[in-house]
Design a protein around this ligand. Sequence first.
Ligand code: C5P
Length: 261
Amino acid sequence: MTRDQLLSRLRDIPAAGRIITALDVPDLEAAREMAARLGPAARCVKVGLELFSAAGPEAVHLMRSQDREVFLDLKFHDIPNTVAAAAARASALGASFCTVHAQAGRRALTAAAEALAAAPVAPTAPDGRRPALLAVTVLTSLTAEELQETGPSPDSLTARVARLARLAWDCGCDGLVCSPTDLPAVRAELGGDPLVVTPGVRPAGSAAADQRRVATPADAVAGGADFLVIGRPITRSEDPCRALAAVAAEIQSALSDSPEE
Ligand code: C5P
């Protein structure tokens, strides 16, 4: 499946299905419980480092058996051979998305994109789709000062996000992960084509916690985000199902306000 075909299939998913609820929980049982509390409206869930470290591929199988799409957020950052092989494994699991750090560099990004293009699509993959390869630009928890500490650069944080986004797209990635506050720079650099997934999403009134570069769901969608990753504001709320529905309604109304939709 070419990049264009995959992106157009993903963009056919209705707005309410574009919320990726982060199942940042300590084990499979907690994942099962949270999924039950969220209900069927949680069409797409994130399996990340915490849950995958505890439960491994079983976590993905469980979510696929419930017909939920999986955003496998393991943020690969390694040598090209290892990154490519890990991407192929993500494909075999039937994940809809997998992530790689753009900082892994040109050869690792290209190798991962080529591995996904060549890997057979898993029988469990939704809609016969291979996983979309998303490059993480600059973590939404990082401030400009923290970034200077680990990699001093004359670039502003935003310029660095745009540069990494350009690199990832040119290497064949399907899109990228960035903060909603980076969206204007990313869309100015690359236009509307790359799939953009934004974490760092905070409905009005919810705590930022460790996130630093945040925006509301409505602002993220208005800024051009295709999918939103949201964890604690949904999963730590008293009623996760209701919190998810509130975010879906906010997105829907942002889309109906948008002149392009
Ligand atoms: O709970 P919260 O909404 O902050 O969760 C955000 C999720 O998005 C976490 O699972 C985190 O790992 C993920 N993420 C992020 N920033 C990135 C990439 C992924 O916060 N740049």
